[in-house]
Design a binder for this molecule. Sequence first.
Ligand code: COA
Length: 214
Amino acid sequence: MKAKDEDEIIAKSRRPTLAGPTAQARQLAEATARLKARRQRDALPLRIVTPRLVLRGPIRGDVPDLVRLADNAAIASRLARLPHPYRTADAIQFIDVIAQQPDHRAYAVTLDDRFIGVASLMFHANKPPEIGYWLGEPFWGRGLMSEAAKGLVDAAFATGLIPRLHGRALKTNLASQRIMQKLGFTITGEGIDDVGPVKGREVVFLDCEAPRWT
Ligand SMILES: CC(C)(COP(=O)(O)OP(=O)(O)OC[C@H]1O[C@@H](n2cnc3c(N)ncnc32)[C@H](O)[C@@H]1OP(=O)(O)O)[C@@H](O)C(=O)NCCC(=O)NCCS
């Protein structure tokens, strides 16, 4: 092969693939949506204080309480993504990896400086952030998750960047639905969940709009 032909082949193989205007517009729209979700996440405070609780980033010191409380089938069976059984490695992965992901803002819910549960928001491009939470069983029934979730929802809307929040709960999980409804979420539909231990079970979807004052 002549040197000139080889040069042409190399030049072609190095040429970037040119996307048409539609594909470019779609890529730009996707990148913008991801950036918007990231901005929403970054606008949330690192610490939320409520009358009885402090919500803050999970730390390695939470591992023993996290393992003790999360290793509970009564909790895992109501959540899509909590491993069961729950081991030290799961706790470390949650603190060091999952909670650090750019589409996730996870708070350790603490009472008197002790870890008692998790409240979080997941940020998906082109979708409202989705609230999630669980509380260690010894602390159920004292209004604590209502208080933590209210702190999180208020903080989200106070950013001024989040017009709507989304939630989901098993149809049978009336306590969780009650918490969200007390915060202004309304049921928007029903479906079948498709992830983890809740796969195939009936869920309700809920949405909450930012109050008008934000
Ligand atoms: C759901 C969960 C977070 C509730 O935490 P909690 O601190 O006990 O909840 P609160 O005490 O703040 O509020 C629960 C509300 O539900 C109500 N409730 C509880 N059980 C109920 C039931 N079986 N039917 C109807 N309402 C119920 C309570 O009366 C309370 O409402 P009220 O304040 O009007 O009295 C906790 O049980 C948990 O972690 N469960 C496992 C994980 C989970 O379900 N996470 C949510 C996934 S969507």
